[in-house]
Design a protein around this ligand. Structure first.
Ligand code: F6P
Length: 547
């Protein structure tokens, strides 16, 4: 920022923020129950659909006025301009001086997005085409390992954005995958992860995809080295590396240094953040599993949501509404966490995927002007698939003292019919959102014949906000739409809070200290330690145990 640039006021100093704070006071005595009773059109008015997604916001503590005030705020902070800046490649990741162009990863072949004088879309499609050819050759058996055997197991080695996206999407789309291929995802530096993953695999039939944007990540390189040793233990010939290792990275130099031929590297670009990269070459393992056509359908789903985000009016814009309603609870109702509850076993990993997307993006306390933020930013994001959560933590959501706004995600028809399971699954999902919104009053409890002394314990206060997201079924297209919905939600929120959703400096200090402590752990018993007393004691205990 130059000294002549106008200073953007903190969002909390804007009149639109104050208007929301006053509206919150007025809403204090409203209940979802009353809002529904007062307006028979409410469900319809607060439901927005786009392509395969229908999102019902009506079970939130909002009115038309709330949405109006929230969208006024979004306009005041310049959200439409920021969206345009992102889609046109402006360097909005200011702390890393980069464009933010994950939307280019799903651009159509005939689109054009110019960054620093270069149209990036042809490069994106060149990599997609190479990935497609490679995936085809694994799937049809024309690519063989060092001893001529067909590849039957694929192990993705990566962490964070180089793991969570492809691992989540592989599980989500398992029904569309080639069941003859065994897919594994190794991320943790805990040796148990790779040790368990490699059990039962035949090195002659195993391909490793080493996925790392930087190719400097300790966990990934350690796992990749262990994988290489495992392979060479059995195949003995260094030349085997070329047939059993490929890399996905932006860093050709480090890939070569590790010993993978850059001819076997699939590239991406520094304008793709790790947590926004599952539709880049980082999705190679997914593409091998589901094939290039289904991967392309997934990209179409992403693209459909991109178009919606860019063109829909703010008050009918799914990511904008999801983001703004999240801010309503986070900043005006003091909700500290938000739950994402997919009623789909296939979406088992979706909450974990969203944790990185949301919390690494918006877990910031310094704004774009370099000031400490005044108020809350990113909410804690968590969840489990239904119905499992119902038998674990739902008690607290229904009757606890905390407000936990929750997104419920479900499908009208199952990917594969199994008896009446799907009907029961969805009955539970709909029942939960109904119970959370409308609860059960003391009078209703007493009317049902419950003893007076137990009755207070059987009351459900209701007024617990939920958003319901429905799709016809879980397809690659729907998954793409869903992921892009949350990507753009995160961007909407970051824009309102005035923070950079695309850097992650907060992960650095721990990495530096871990490197230093690794040296301390392997040094002799008497080597000096320069840490606080607690950390030094832990290091000594470790040394003693590993003497
Ligand atoms: O430590 C956090 C992080 O940098 C994430 O942002 C990223 O997704 C992950 O590590 C993995 O990084 P890389 O792909 O460079 O190995």
């Amino acid at each position: 920022m130059s000294t002549t640039d106008p200073v953007t006021p903190p969002v909390q100093e804007r009149p639109e923020w104050e208007a929301l704070a006053q509206h919150r006071e007025a809403m204090a005595s409203e209940t979802i129950r009353d809002l529904f009773a007062a307006d028979p059109q409410r469900a319809e008015a607060l439901t927005v659909d786009d392509n395969d997604l229908v999102v019902d916001f009506s079970k939130n503590i909002v009115t038309g006025e709330t949405i109006g005030l929230l969208t006024d705020l979004a306009r005041a902070v310049g959200l439409p301009q920021r969206i345009d800046d992102m889609f046109t490649g402006k360097p909005i990741n200011t702390t890393e001086h980069r464009s933010v162009l994950h939307v280019a990863l799903r651009a159509s072949r005939d689109d054009s997005i110019v960054v620093d004088g270069t149209d990036v879309v042809p490069e994106v499609h060149e990599v997609l085409d190479r990935m497609g050819d490679f995936a085809d050759s694994i799937r049809d058996g024309s690519f063989t390992g060092h001893t001529g055997k067909r590849i039957r197991s694929v192990v993705n080695i990566g962490i964070g954005g180089s793991d969570l996206g492809p691992a989540m999407a592989f599980e989500a789309l398992a029904a569309y995958s080639d069941r003859d291929l065994t897919m594994k995802f190794v991320s943790n530096v805990d040796g148990a992860d790779i040790d368990e993953a490699l059990r039962g695999l035949d090195p002659q039939e195993t391909l490793f995809i080493v996925c790392s944007k930087t190719f400097t990540t300790l966990e990934t390189l350690t796992n990749a080295r262990t994988a290489r040793d495992w392979l060479l233990d059995s195949l003995t010939d260094e030349a085997a590396i070329g047939k059993h290792f490929v890399a996905v990275s932006t860093n050709a130099e480090k890939v070569a240094e590790f010993g993978i031929d850059t001819a076997n590297m699939f590239g991406f670009w520094d304008w793709v953040g790790g947590r926004y990269s599952m539709d880049s070459a980082v999705g190679l393992s997914l593409m091998v599993a589901i094939g290039r056509d289904q991967f392309s359908d997934m990209l179409s789903g992403f693209r459909a949501m991109d178009t919606h985000f860019r063109t829909a009016p703010l008050d009918r814009n799914l990511p904008v509404l999801l983001g703004l309603i999240g801010i309503w609870y986070n900043n005006f109702w003091n909700a500290e966490t938000q739950a994402v509850l997919p009623y789909s076993q296939y979406l088992n990993r979706f909450p974990a995927y969203l944790q990185q997307l949301e919390m690494e993006s918006n877990g910031k306390s310094v704004d774009l002007e370099g000031r400490t933020v005044d108020g809350q930013t990113g909410a804690i994001s968590w969840g489990q698939p239904g119905t499992n959560g119902q038998h674990a933590f739902f008690q607290l959501i229904h009757q606890g003292t905390k407000m936990i706004p929750s997104d419920f995600i479900g499908y009208l028809t199952p990917v594969r019919e199994v008896g009446d399971h799907h009907l029961l699954l969805m009955a539970n999902m709909f029942a939960q959102t109904e119970a959370l919104a409308f609860g059960k009053t003391l009078d209703e409890v007493l009317e049902s014949g419950v003893d007076v002394d137990v009755a207070p314990h059987r009351v459900f206060p209701g007024n617990r906000p939920t958003t319901t997201i429905l799709a016809p079924t879980l397809t690659p297209f729907v998954l793409g739409q869903l992921v892009a919905l949350y990507e753009h939600k995160v961007f909407t929120q970051g824009t309102v809070w005035g923070i950079n959703s695309f850097d992650q400096w907060g992960v650095e200090l721990g990495k530096v200290l871990a490197t230093r402590i690794a040296d301390d752990l392997s040094a002799g018993d008497d080597a000096d330690l320069d840490h606080d007393a607690s950390t030094s004691a832990a290091i000594r205990r470790f040394r003693e145990a590993n003497r």
